[in-house]
Design a protein around this ligand. Sequence first.
Ligand code: SF4
Ligand code: SF4
Length: 252
Amino acid sequence: MSHATASRVQHVIGDPLSEAPARPREELEAIFGDIQADLRYDMELNGCLNCGICTATCPAAHYYDFSPREIVQLLWTENLEGIYDAMQEKIWACAQCYTCAARCPFGNSPGGLVMLMREAAIKHGMESAKNVLRPFSRVMLKLISTGNQLAPNMITPDHFADWGPNISKVDAPLKLLRKAIPMPTLNTTETAWEVNLKTSIELYTIWEMTGVLDQLEGIDENLFDVITDIMDEKREDYDDWLEDQEDDDEDD
Ligand code: SF4
Ligand code: SF4
């Protein structure tokens, strides 16, 4: 049977009658190669009895179409197409609680392996990674640009409607209340705590040197541009501050 003319459905989900893999073999090998090349891989995968203890204790497996046993088996048997398929949705169900790692008789860490697959999904710019991370762009902006994430002034009834009446406990005169906290770094309402300018730049440099920002660029270019602008400004501020210090030292 010929499938030369693909329908719209076949174009989206592939041809169920075709034996050709949905993705080129080289791409599947490159993705698996990246997962396997990670230093953590050999520590987190030692073999698999297929016993299912990990799945029996996994909270995500109770609520989603997800099984850590299945994930480990896909990696252990080097099922490249299965690994790619799992990266389209299933791996994002894991809660990263590591109950599985505590229970596996082989000392595997299915949750840790899921993390490696997530990192590979980000590195390869998969749509699943973009879709999962998109709602967190505000938090990522805050985290990368200030060094911390949820600031007290972000906790408002508008943003946390699901908290119901409990929101009133935090929707209070925050500026006043936070002044009562003994640590001066927590007296702020715009950040969870004040991060020193030098520390911000050091954090940014770490993310730059370790490839985190390159990955972010592949996933969300707009967010990457905004963060880069903020950091360029901070670096200029820091250079100005250093120059001022030098001038002060010369004057003394
Ligand atoms: S780390 Fe993930 S796979 Fe392991 S038990 Fe928790 S939710 Fe399940
Ligand atoms: S990963 Fe461990 S607990 Fe899970 S099925 Fe394999 S051997 Fe069993």
